[in-house]
Design a protein. Sequence first.
Lengths: 469, 400
Amino acid sequence: MAERGIIGYGTYVPYWRLDRSRITAAMGAGGGRGHRAVASYDEDTTTLGVEAARNCLRGGSGDASVDRVIFSTSNPAYLDKTNATAIHAALNLPSSVTALDLNGAPRSIEAALGLALNAPGDNLMVLSDIRTGRPTSGDEASGGDGAAAFLIGDGSSSPIIAHELGSATEVAEFLDRYRQPGDDFSRVWEERFGEQAYLPLAQRAVERALAAAELTIDDIDGVSVTGMHARAARGVSRLAGDKLVNDLTAQIGNAGGAQTGLVVASILDDAEPNQNYLIIRLADGATATVMHTTDAIADYEPFRTVGSQIEGGNDALDYNQYLTWRGFLDREPPRRPDPERPGAPPAFRSEDWKYALIGSRDRSSGAIHMPPMRVSMEGGAVDDMEPVRMADIPATIATFTVDRLAFSLSPPMVAVVIDYDGGGRFQAEMTDVDPDEVRIGDRVEMTFRRLYTAEGIHNYFWKARPAAA
Amino acid sequence: MSSHGIRDKVAIVGMGCTQFGEHWDRSVDDMLTDAAHDAYASAGVTQDDIDAFWLGTMGSGVSGLTLSKPLQLDYKPVTRLENMCATGSEAFRNAAYAVASGAYDMVMAIGVEKLKDSGYSGLTGARPPSDGTDSTITAPATFSLLAPAYAHKYGLDEDTMKEVLTRIAWKNHRNGSLNPRAQFRKEVAKETIAGSPLIAGPLGIFDCSGVSDGSAAAVLVRAEDAHKYCDNPLYIKALSFASGPATGALDSTYDYTTFREVVASATEAYKQAGITDPRSQIAMAEVHDCFTPTELVLMEDLGFAERGLGWKEAMAGTFDLDGDLPVNPDGGLKSFGHPIGASGLRMLFECWLQLRGQAPPERQIPSVTEQGKTLGLTHNLGGQPGAAVSFVSVVGSELG
């Protein structure tokens, strides 16, 4: 498989962390040590995926093209409707680039990877997950939220930085983890059973993968073991000895279908050329892959490393806020009307604006209009505009307010008027911010979020957030 | 192409205004009936004398039927219109033009709003289906954007800015305490205002206008006919309206310390009325103090204070009842309350009382009674900073 491999990658770890000791403090049970990453109230697996994909496309040379978007999550924002199309729209990709969901089980990432590796072109594989658990459960404490994206191609557009040397899968039918559609939480069988089911599968997969790569365990520089079954993963990790790489669960929790992607990305963040990594995944079977890094990885600059995002997290999140964000605490709403659902035809007409944050720039005056307009505010020229994408342009706060009356899933709502570097102004909602810390002159960047959900429609749009340090 | 105005062509010969407040016991129909019949009585006319009606309401009814049914009008024309929070003024403006055109001899402008039946806090209103990207922040939040921008531009620290806003609310509550029709008729201590629960930005509940039910009405005739009905009519000197391009949130040159629409509408109104120095020529102003920073900015936009000095004038009492230029002597939106469609006509109602020397003695302004000034200004605003509609009228108690 050396002819195709990873040519770019990016990750997204949401800003908020839940200190697991807060669970214990609130409930007298559950929790534990360390932190789990928490998707904010305005994030879902689609928006996490958009952020990871944006970071992927801004990594390396930053001029990657995409031929296919492949999205995988165990916690899709929509059923029936494809979620990858929203990611596709947010990335401003042409309609000739296809967008596909491979959703459901965490194991679906193997289908995404298989397609990304085998379909021609530069394929953007986006893995995203938000993991929940019943209050005080192990799933609640050990789960995590995050996303990872990989651009996989034949190296003709950008050099391959890592590729497979060999891979093997073992599958079996057994009850480890399961969930009925519509349920808020997974159920798991007694974990000692699962451990016994997984261990021999993993052993055989590792043996076969090493054989396919024509390597022995001694040739391996690092081993990662990922999977939702913590006890089985610990058992399999014993194969790795001192070569085991951090599975990030202490720092950000286990992001289910995105965990392998985040761990592989963290490996690539630090990897050197010509290293071999054994990547073992446990999900309704076991898959082992030997990943080899190329010389090109020395020159590859990720847009934001996993480590920097772990470093940039905020663990001030209260447990009750966490429960509210996930919809497990039904709080008294403000005495305001419920938000209105977006209309499908207006959203369709303004797809470039709503999903890709594309304004219009007057060709004669240069004035940027957000949202796009046909008539220029400077000079009044009609229909002489060109599209201008504002999603990746940093901006500065001109004025702001904290709205304690507006409907918000996490009041108060912070609103800012921002001026973009190089021109353009927009009044945006702000997120991932302490309302008391907003100041005129602060720097912000744009982030794709779910404003709210009304009548079954997720209202996606862009917000501002504090610029990453 | 030019705007010509209708200076001294149309007169107000009667007005009515209900008490504003939480009228749990009165319907839209009740309030329209009260305001209309008070205005008929004030003008000494009957309903049959009115040739046409202009009804302003933002959301308390649609179509002319909202008025013709409760008043049992005899197949007369009723125009129902809406222009956000300037709705009442817009009814007045269009009614005045109908008289000036010669189309009718006598018309009524009437505004009404029933806000308290919604069960929600603040203003609400149906919007057309959208792509979901429009700002959803509330009215107090949009106007609170003015406060940090103004403080930043003119070097006020947060505490000073809060003091300025507090004094504006304190002044309007004080005026309202002298007004039996006002929603809030108590003086409120500055500490209470400053310490009230925050609603948006630095604005507390006492920085916000009263959510209110109410109605107000005016009877208009040609100026030459005015003395048939009234010994001391009010003459319309100027009517202006500016609907902005709504570029504040697009245009980086807009700094959120002004309403360009207000500047434009004030400039036009002063031209129509022949006013060159509003601060000295006007006896009083009723302005759209929907939130305290709005009144601060309006003092500069309307030319009552130099740019950057409005806050000092407000602190010095320039706009108090006994100040150089009393602003909102009836308590303003702040304490009189803000039933949207009625507010523009309520502002004119205070001019009607004050300029004709009929305000209660405790709030009759000395600029009229002692200094003999004859002009009053009303200013009505809709929308938000950067995307607004603005109305300015000048009315006077003398021709010429």
